[in-house]
Design a protein around this ligand. Structure first.
Ligand SMILES: Nc1ncnc2c1ncn2[C@@H]1O[C@H](COP(=O)(O)OP(=O)(O)O)[C@@H](O)[C@H]1O
Ligand SMILES: [Mg+2]
Length: 367
């Protein structure tokens, strides 16, 4: 599977650009602020229907313009697919496959899978539990559409229940029955989400550990431990008896929306005790394991975007990364870097076609 070309209109700092890619390696060069990351973000939109950086679609419309449009041609199993993602100011975004709009954007997720490695990945170990849930859900959603549906339904019901709790507090009126009508479906969805996350981690863990070992060449034992209220055998009772507390905090205090992954090295928190090198290896291993999980599931490689990671990684780690995509069948790779000579050196012995692009002020030209 690969992306043959892209056409951008009024997307961030791209006024109008048409670019034809290599089905192997694409190096996107240009000074800071020129639009390298924006180009990767447009590819991210085509694959996952959203930006990797700014979840407010309207803010990705070029300043002072009325809409953006991103079009691209994917190749999959000897067929071509035209994907278009557009957003008009004041309206919801529309994603079309071969000119037919999706009724549910979630149906597009995982069709043309993608993995992004960027400097922000360290957020997965540094930030709060929601970034880790997002990371885990992002992988499962690309391989299991049913899971994504459950997750979206859960989020919808949960936010309705939370809204009710807020309304009760505001009006000093309580309706236990109304709340209870949410609990049965919520509990059922939580169980499904918990089971799927558990199954996912069983498969993911050994792959993750393997990649960590290979990147670090160290002997430390890394671990990701799933933390969830649902491990308690009395979870359902606890959840239901938490109603009074939910009322006072005006939100739902227990459930899979509180899940976390505890990231550790030799039994200690990687965030607090890991060296910089260990943290880098940890994060890259998380992403490589994501790549491999998706590849195993689909039977082909996801598109890999490497955004400005060469500043952050030493040559050994970068080499391993490139080997990973180029071993056996080659996947499609997009690399951004402000320093073309460095990328050229790293890719020197890579035996496949490399296309180079220079980005200046939101214009990408093949060089
Ligand atoms: N909605 C927008 N309209 C116009 N320009 C934008 C918009 N969003 C971001 N930009 C511009 O995009 C540029 C950043 O591009 P980016 O792809 O991050 O650069 P880099 O090449 O460093 O990765 C900045 O100059 C920023 O002002
Ligand atoms: Mg950038």
């Amino acid at each position: 599977m690969y992306l043959e070309n892209i056409s951008l209109r009024q997307f961030k700092n791209y006024q109008h650009s048409e670019i034809k890619f290599s089905r192997f390696i694409n190096c996107i060069m240009g000074s800071n602020g020129s639009g390298k990351t924006n180009l990767l973000d447009a590819i991210h939109y085509l694959s996952l229907t959203k930006s990797a950086l700014n979840s407010i679609d309207q803010q990705n419309i070029q300043h002072d313009e009325e809409f953006f449009s991103i079009k691209g041609t994917f190749h999959l199993d000897d067929k071509k697919y035209q994907i278009q993602c557009s957003c008009k100011s004041g309206s919801k975004k529309v994603v079309k496959k071969d000119n037919k709009p999706y009724l549910k954007l979630s149906e597009h997720i995982g069709v043309f899978p993608l993995v992004l490695i960027s400097p922000y990945d360290t957020d997965i170990i540094r930030e709060g539990s929601s970034t880790r849930r997002k990371f885990m859900d992002g992988i499962i959603s690309q391989i299991d559409g049913q899971y994504l549906q459950s997750l979206l339904k859960y989020q919808r019901l949960l936010s309705q229940r939370n809204q009710l709790l807020k309304d009760f507090a505001r009006k000093h009126q309580f309706d236990a029955q109304l709340i209870a009508s949410y609990d049965e479906p919520l509990l059922k969805l939580m169980k499904a989400i918990f089971d799927r996350r558990t199954k996912f981690l069983d498969q993911y863990m050994p792959i993750f550990k393997k990649h960590y070992m290979s990147l670090s060449e160290g002997m430390e034992d890394v671990d990701l431990k799933y933390k969830s209220d649902l491990f308690s055998p009395d979870f359902e009772e606890q959840y239901l008896s938490n109603y009074q507390r939910d009322l006072s905090i005006q939100r739902t205090g227990m459930g899979t929306h509180k899940d976390d992954l505890v990231c550790s090295i030799s039994g200690y928190s990687i965030r607090k005790f890991g060296s910089q090198g260990q943290q880098k290896s940890f994060v890259i291993a998380l992403k490589l394991a994501q790549f491999e999980m998706i590849q195993n599931d689909k039977g082909f490689k996801p598109i890999l975007l490497l955004d400005d990671i060469f500043d952050k990684l030493d040559d050994l780690r970068i080499k391993k990364l490139i080997d990973m995509v180029s071993s056996q069948s080659f996947g499609q790779l997009f690399i951004t870097d402000a320093r073309p000579e460095r990328t050229a050196r790293i890719l020197e012995n890579t035996p496949c076609e490399i296309a180079n692009f220079l980005v200046e002020y939101g214009h990408a030209v093949a060089t």
